[in-house]
Design a protein around this ligand. Structure first.
Ligand code: APR
Length: 243
């Protein structure tokens, strides 16, 4: 296995070296080695929580759903998580001028904390750095909200207007940030190589990104521990750990 993976990594490196416009597309699998669980692996977040309870509609309608949301966030996305070698390698490619951008489904800010340039990280599903009041649109840092949660507040509301406070991540049933989706789509269609790392490629419209790349004639390299619907389209498929 090791020897075969070595050849695959060499093949991937060759494609990266020759590429003129490489884009990285990442999912939760790039952060599991930082201690953040992914969603659909055994033991992942959706094996502990029911995704049906985590829709935008339920969050708006039901304080109990909001309490569950804040509980999930506190339990799964520890602020102490650190970038892992996968995040650092992607940031290094950026510093080498070999990466146009990172398109990520993740909300953990680890690409930015590993050194990927903020304006070149497209967070399709928002991020957990902020919480936003749905009434007055005031923003609060997640550190500040974490302090309220630590002090026993179960469903924090907006201190300014007592409106519903929502993490800035995109929930099921919520639309993705339009400008971010537009820019990411343009990069996906313009690249000649896409590194697809740590995603089941099952949640849309994010999972269209590698499809747009393939449709535009780009090569795709997939690094993923489990099968994805695009495995047979990959120029290089590495069934291994992102780190
Ligand atoms: N290295 C490589 N692959 C890994 C690693 C690792 N260390 N750890 C996990 N994986 C793989 C898993 O095998 C799985 O195929 O990463 C993939 C993670 O898939 P999901 O858990 O489905 O995460 P993701 O694809 O990012 O989910 C997309 O779904 O719940 C929503 O909004 C949420 O952004 C998320 C979206």
């Amino acid at each position: 296995m090791e020897q075969q993976t070595g050849h695959l990594i060499d093949a991937a490196a060759e494609l990266i070296a020759r590429s003129k416009r490489t884009v990285a597309f990442t999912g939760a699998g790039v952060s599991t080695e930082s201690g953040i669980p992914d969603f659909r692996s055994p033991g992942g977040i959706w094996s502990k929580f029911d995704p049906e309870d985590f829709t935008y509609q339920k969050f708006l309608a039901d304080p109990g759903a909001r309490r569950k949301h804040w509980e999930l966030i506190r339990g799964s996305f520890s602020a102490t998580a650190r970038p892992n070698p996968a995040h650092y390698a992607i940031a290094e490619l950026g510093r080498m001028g070999k990466l146009e951008c990172v398109i990520t489904q993740n909300v953990d800010d680890l690409h930015q904390r590993a050194g990927s340039q903020g304006q070149k990280v497209f967070e399709l599903h928002g991020n957990l750095k902020w919480a936003v009041c749905l009434s007055c649109h005031e923003r609060y840092s997640s550190d500040e909200v974490a302090r309220w949660l630590e002090s026993g507040v179960e469903v924090p509301d907006c201190p300014a207007c007592h409106g519903v406070l929502k993490p800035a991540a995109v929930f099921f049933g919520e639309s993705l940030p339009v400008a971010v989706l537009q820019a990411a789509t343009e990069h996906a269609r313009a690249c000649d190589l896409m590194l697809v790392i740590g995603s089941t490629l099952t949640v849309y419209p994010a999972a269209y990104m590698p499809v747009y790349a393939l449709e535009s004639g780009a090569r795709v390299i997939i690094v993923n521990l489990s099968p994805t619907p695009l495995d047979r389209d990959a120029a290089v498929l590495i069934r291994g750990k992102a780190g």
